[in-house]
Design a protein around this ligand. Structure first.
Ligand SMILES: [Zn+2]
Length: 470
């Protein structure tokens, strides 16, 4: 497998430090506003990357932080006259709902405010090692000049390009960045050896990633907008602190989601919240669409793109259900008829192409064409095929694809049919109660008997009936 490493800007053979384990850390949200579809793209991409690695036999442990204290949260709280915790909580909930809707699974979700003590320790260590200094205000800054490799991740080797967000005079150099920010009146703060304050943005990821994954990480990722300064700074402070290199084996970055070719931004007023897009298209169609082009290319939001994803989604469901029905109602036949071998080869070619695309730096776009190819093959050739082997191969392929796309879980993992079954039993029980109320006992007894025969026992109480599986 090959992975594109932002550090070095080339494809590299994927080889984690302790296979089959893969430690993956991705930068999560700052919950000060609704999650938009650009965030959703980044998170869905890493979820698909993780799922594919799992499919290939790796065991991925995925940590994604929540920046629940930050300037943006404090400002929002001030604007709205609310408590900053309430703001963080509200939008964390929105983010969690997005993860659920998109079937994104994260193993650990550390929050900054639960890790203040560890952050203070890390900053202390950086000061002791001569990589950070305490300024007059009580803020602590990373001394960028103490880390000669600075700038290599983002490719910004010119000091002019290193200017950081904090424009304060007390820094030694304009490109030094805050590890700890001295408290301002009325702002949330915690005790530290340098007085009350709060962590800078970048330090949390070095601290929380090493707490849960150790001092070496296989994959560290995020949106491409995080390369500078966030990841550049994370790398500098972590490698300086641990004194080892590389801290991260593969830096991976998901490109922008654009709207009619433009970047989403507050000033352009073109931000699409995830919840709105999900209401319109449904989360599964959105997930399929978010995974329809290479994660390193921009993805443009367009009606036609979403409509196409919607068509593919309908096809996938249709093909999965048809295959399920045909496989369930057919006696297994062990003969391959003339033409079956050719069909198997065509399926195999699409299957192989899908793996090849995914193994080549997770080329979602190319992989998606193999998914289309499978549905095309079904309607064009497989619908008429009688061969159990051919149908089974197609079904297994679909199952494998779904381990990454996760849009057919209700059909393929049986969630949908289990729900339907429960509803149908409830319906029968209600009808039977109505029959009993009308004293139509022969029919109500017949229902009880039939249900008993399929393993559902009815328990009649004074004013209700319950049922149990036997
Ligand atoms: Zn981060």
């Amino acid at each position: 497998m090959y992975v594109y490493n932002t550090l070095g800007r080339k494809l590299e053979h994927f080889s984690p430090a302790s296979p089959p384990f893969v430690g993956m850390y991705t930068c999560g949200p700052t919950p000060y506003d609704y999650t938009h579809i650009g965030h959703a793209r980044t998170f869905a991409s890493f979820d698909a990357i993780k799922r594919y690695l799992n499919l290939r036999g790796y065991s991925v442990y995925h940590v994604q932080n929540i920046t629940d204290i930050d300037d943006k949260i404090i400002n929002r709280a001030k604007e709205e006259g609310r408590d900053w915790r309430e703001v963080a909580e509200e939008y964390t909930k929105d983010y969690m709902e997005m993860l659920r809707a998109l079937s994104i699974r994260i193993d650990v979700h550390p929050r900054v405010t639960d890790h203040i003590a560890e952050i203070v320790e890390f900053v202390k260590g950086l000061i002791e090692k001569g990589h950070a200094y305490v300024a007059e205000s009580g803020s602590v800054y990373f001394d960028v000049d103490s880390f000669p490799d600075y700038g290599r991740l983002s490719g910004a080797l010119n000091k002019e390009a290193w200017r950081q967000e904090e424009h304060v005079k007390e820094k030694k150099n304009p490109y030094d960045f805050a590890l700890w920010k001295a408290a301002k009146p009325g702002e949330p703060s915690w005790e530290s050896p340098w007085g009350r304050g709060r962590p800078g943005w970048h330090i949390e990821c070095s601290v929380m990633s090493s707490k849960y994954l150790g001092s070496r990480i296989d994959i560290h990722g995020g949106g491409v907008d995080l390369v500078f300064p966030h990841h550049e700074n994370e790398r500098a402070q972590s490698e300086a602190y641990f004194g080892s290199r590389p801290w991260v084996r593969y830096w991976m970055h998901v490109s922008y989601l654009t709207i009619s070719g433009e970047k989403m931004s507050k000033s352009l007023g073109n931000i699409i919240p995830f919840r709105e897009a999900a209401k319109r298209w449904g989360p599964r169609v959105l997930r399929l669409w978010l995974l329809s082009s290479h994660y390193r290319s921009n993805l443009d939001y367009s009606e036609s793109g979403l409509e196409q994803a919607s068509r593919l989604y309908q096809r996938l469901r249709d093909v999965a259900e048809r295959l399920q029905r045909r496989l369930a109602t057919r006696e297994p036949s062990h003969y391959l008829k003339e033409g079956d071998m050719r069909l198997l080869q065509m399926l195999r070619a699409a299957h192989g192409a899908w793996h090849e695309s995914m193994s080549n730096d997770f080329n979602f776009g190319a992989a998606m064409s193999s998914v289309w190819e499978l549905t095309n093959l079904y309607y064009r050739e497989l619908e008429a095929s009688e061969s159990q082997a051919v149908l089974l191969y197609a079904y297994k392929m679909l199952e494998e694809f779904n381990r990454v796309y996760a849009v057919l879980d209700d059909i393929m993992l049986g969630e949908g049919s289990a729900r339907l079954e429960t509803e149908l039993i409830n319906l029968l029980v209600e009808v039977r109660s109505e029959l009993r109320a009308r004293k139509i006992y022969d029919l109500s007894d017949a229902i009880r008997e039939r249900l008993q025969r399929v393993g559902i026992r009815l328990l009649d109480y004074k004013d209700k009936t319950e049922w149990v599986r036997e």
